[in-house]
Design a protein. Structure first.
Length: 151
């Protein structure tokens, strides 16, 4: 995945990244079955968790800049905008517009993947990590679309 990561670290990165998709998959199942967790519906789970994960990914971008691996003010600004859009999605859901929230979060995750593609092409992210991001983003986007279709 990255020359600086040990084989054990690489396995953990892969396992934890893929495990991070489980709440999105759970949200689809909850929406399909009409099940709630405490008082939360499938869309509630997908949207709130989506905002958390989008914020986490934006934090990775900050880490690249602050760690000296990337020199790009645009990355700091864009990651803040995307983080705020993910939060706006959560607010939309709380305001009774889950479809709009799911659509916005889908756009945020696709935008984050596009940013990571630029970072990979500039050598600031490894190609192996980007491939993993493609896989998990496909899972996340498919789940968000699935939840939206079932809502």
């Amino acid at each position: 995945m990255d020359a600086t990561l040990s084989k054990l670290d690489t396995r953990w990165v892969m396992a934890l990244t893929l495990a991070g998709g489980l709440p999105f998959i759970t949200a689809v199942l909850m929406a399909a079955l009409g099940v709630r967790l405490l008082t939360l519906s499938g869309p509630d789970i997908a949207i709130t968790y989506g905002a958390v994960i989008a914020s986490f990914l934006c934090g990775l971008h900050w880490g690249l800049v602050l760690g000296g691996r990337a020199q790009a003010t645009w990355l700091l600004i864009l990651s803040n905008v995307l983080c705020l859009l993910a939060w706006a999605g959560a607010l939309l859901a709380q305001s009774g517009w889950p479809q709009a929230a799911l659509t916005l979060q889908t756009a945020v995750f696709l935008s984050l993947l596009a940013v990571d593609h630029v970072l990979m092409r500039r050598g600031w992210l490894s190609a192996a990590f980007f491939r993993l991001r493609v896989v998990i983003t496909c899972v996340v986007v498919a789940c968000l679309i699935g939840v939206a279709a079932l809502t």
